[in-house]
Design a protein around this ligand. Sequence first.
Ligand SMILES: [Zn+2]
Ligand SMILES: [Zn+2]
Length: 366
Amino acid sequence: MMNFIMKHKRTFGIISVVLILLAAGGVWFMNNLPDFAVEALINKMVSSNQNAKHFEEDGLYVITTGTGAPLPDKTRVGPQTVVLAGDQVLVFDAGPGSTRNLELTVEASSVDALFLTHFHSDHIGDIGELMLKRWATGGSAEPLPIYGPPGIEEVVAGFEAAYQLDVGYRVAHHGEEAMPASGAGGEVHRFDLGSDLMSSDVVYEQNGVQVIAFNVHHMPVFPAVGFRVNYRDKSVVISGDTIFTESLIHHAMGADVLVSEALHHEMSTMVSEATRDIENNASIVAEDIKDYHITPEQAGIVAQEAGISQLLITHILPPVPVDFLTDWFLADTREVFDGDIHMANDGTMIKMPVNSDDITIIDLFK
Ligand SMILES: [Zn+2]
Ligand SMILES: [Zn+2]
């Protein structure tokens, strides 16, 4: 090898000089980009709603803008699902970080309503951001309608209080015309399904889009609900956080898509054991959370029994450390469910045009 290098020393020298010059040229070029190139890149970034082209057909669009859970995950923010149906843009939960992903998907100002499944922090952490962004970007004079079970008044009031100073700064800076103070915050729509696990109610009807809330089982968290959205011949069910329950199967019956949370028991046990000697609550939490979440396999059973064709797994617990473990995470689900299973990513979209059997799945952020 040494002989080879000595023999071709001159050639290596020339190649090195050329490479250094090329690198230097590249750095010089990047530092001296012509204005038109920078402008073109900025125009591409700000061209409002770059994803609009995906939403042209009349149909039901389901986008998982947040697919994580409370445990830190480099690739997943807190849980959120956005449903576009007809002219309605409906948002389900507002997990930490989800508003940024939502804004990479649809205009925050286009959101018609937010629906909350329960009040665990991973589902509500971004309510303040969503209320603020919808108002500040679109200048709405009406606050964001927020639907949820009892407890919603104090949760929304708390976020409004925390953001009150910021709202004042923005009105003072940009003026009442651009940001009318009346549009900041939320407009609470409380619904009460009582304690009967099987109970449900229509909580929203607008321009052909119907949203049904139904009780799920996430004890000791009560109330906790899931949602079903019906639009023309399409429907999607969002599980919320729940154990395997007859209520979820019943209310998912005949839907096209089930967006289900999932906690892998065996993996959670491994996390609990791996963190046993660490002096924090990680081990206890990884063990305790197994008793109030559905497993990927059980989500498959729900989808199978409800006659669903598309199962979208979200709220993934524990975080899957590498992509190739996804198949392992879903192996038991494939045993019990005949339809299509997708491990949702932040930005995964299922598109279903009305009066058609077409189903398209796109990762908007990839
Ligand atoms: Zn959760
Ligand atoms: Zn929860």
